[in-house]
Design a protein around this ligand. Structure first.
Ligand code: CNA
Length: 418
């Protein structure tokens, strides 16, 4: 249903101030010019919703029967996409209620944060910073992100996937691991180094103010940058280790790198010696070998398990797999003590990391740094748009930390191929 709301918002071509409902709760009649005559902006409506609460707001604007739900949605600056025009009133009601609930719960921007100087004042004083990172902090190292134009999702035509996320779908991997390994090389760093943005996060750690970095990245560059394992939550796992799909034995991720770079499917050294045994098990699925090793102890083996038999998989979390253990309890603990949230280089499209900003206490300042704006569902106190490496350099400069920052950046440039 939230996607439906996003669709409504995508239709919102105009700014908040263009659609109005008047102070007495009247949706003004459109004049011949089509321009609303009212004086109360969508922003004021939102404020009123927060002040009154959902039910009294509905009492005021809907229960009078003067306005329809569609009127009020329009006044909020939302347009129904053409293919929604046929929805019945009860469906529109459901969408409207979800929208109101979300608006009601949306945090308010902190009024004292309006520019970089304001956030720097907070940065130099704060003690417990949560940094949420995404693929954008590694693009300057030549690792493409997912969703930018030119990112990985834009290059997947040849795989005929209905959704680019399928590339990281565990079911597809089980069916045909070669699809993943055909492109996985793109995600491996070419050399051991880290970006200035990684250096900035390390600087926060060195200054003793990094509470935790929650990274969605799987490239494990945080380790190269020296982020302490206790301060790091690799929410989607990483290439640091890899496990066999069948016997679960674990190896260092770098053992797979030659295969990944060649685009070949890496195999488990333990299971590959047992290939003949597998063939026997497959031909007689119900049979059990008397010496029953771990990998054939089930009653039947399905075709996907056969396709991925003995295949090594980096310990990154695919869609359909459990998230890194401890994420939920850790973020709930951290939110209680954090005094600043910085999100860098992420489109905030993947749950549950995308939900971190909304679960922070509203009084904790929130900064967003990325090439593109955060979605409309987010309310950051400040968004700084552009190359994150340049923006964090500016922040370090204004905070008076430039020397320490540059030293760390230099350390990241040592190019050593794997
Ligand atoms: P995404 O959805 O591709 O978004 C990345 C965001 O970063 C985009 O909004 C870009 O505009 C922005 N961006 C790109 N480059 C820069 C830059 N130099 N400066 C500032 N902003 C920039 O990726 P997310 O991380 O949000 O999505 C989560 C996915 C991506 C996770 O599951 C990851 O595992 C996955 N991923 C990781 C890597 C990696 O580990 N390096 C690479 C590609 C994808």
């Amino acid at each position: 249903m939230l996607d439906v709301i996003a669709m409504l918002e995508d239709q919102d071509q105009e700014s908040d101030s263009n659609d109005h409902i008047d102070a007495a709760g009247q949706v003004p009649a459109e004049q011949d010019t089509g321009t609303p005559t009212s004086s109360l902006s969508a922003a004021s409506l939102r404020q009123e919703l927060k002040d009154l609460g959902i039910e009294p707001f509905l009492d005021k604007y809907i229960a009078d029967s003067v306005h329809t739900v569609r009127d009020v949605l329009t006044a909020f600056g939302l347009r129904l996409p053409p293919h929604f025009e046929d929805l019945c009133e009860s469906d529109i009601w459901s969408i409207f209620r979800i929208y109101l609930k979300r608006e009601f719960n949306r945090r308010d921007r902190l009024p004292h944060i309006n520019c970089m100087e304001d956030i720097v004042k907070i940065l130099v004083k704060c003690q417990k910073v949560i940094v949420v990172t995404g693929a954008g902090i590694s693009t300057s190292l030549g690792i493409p992100d997912f969703r930018s134009s030119g990112g990985i999702y834009s290059r997947l035509e040849k795989y005929n996937l209905s959704d680019p996320q399928e590339l990281f779908d565990i079911s597809l991997f089980r069916q045909d691991p070669s699809i993943f390994y055909d492109f996985a090389k793109e995600l491996l760093p070419e050399f051991r180094g880290y970006s200035p943005t990684h250096a900035f996060i390390r600087l926060l750690q060195d200054r003793g103010v990094l509470l935790r970095q929650y990274t969605q990245n799987i490239d494990d560059i945080e380790s190269t940058a020296g982020i302490d394992g206790q301060r790091l939550m690799q929410c989607h796992g990483s290439f640091k280790t890899a496990s066999c799909m069948t016997c679960r034995s674990q190896v260092a991720g770098s053992a797979l790198f030659p295969d990944i770079r060649n685009g070949t499917v890496p195999k488990c050294s333990i299971c590959s010696t047992a290939q003949k045994k597998l063939e026997r098990v497959v031909s007689n699925k119900r049979s059990r070998a008397s010496d029953s090793p771990k990998w054939d102890s089930c009653d039947s083996i399905d075709e996907d398990a056969v396709a991925s038999f003995g295949v090594m998989k980096p310990d990154i979390t695919f869609f359909g797999e459990e998230l890194t253990s401890g994420f939920k309890s850790q973020i709930l603990e951290d939110r209680e003590v954090a005094d600043l949230l910085i999100c860098i280089g992420t489109s905030l499209k993947v749950a549950p990391v995308a939900g971190i900003p909304s679960i922070m206490p509203p009084s904790v300042p929130q900064l967003f740094i990325s090439r593109e704006p955060a979605g409309k569902e987010y309310v950051f106190d400040l968004e700084l748009h552009g190359q994150c490496d340049a923006i964090v350099r500016q922040l370090a400069t204004q905070a008076g930390w430039l020397a320490g920052f540059e030293t760390l950046v230099e350390g990241g440039q040592i190019q050593k191929t794997f």
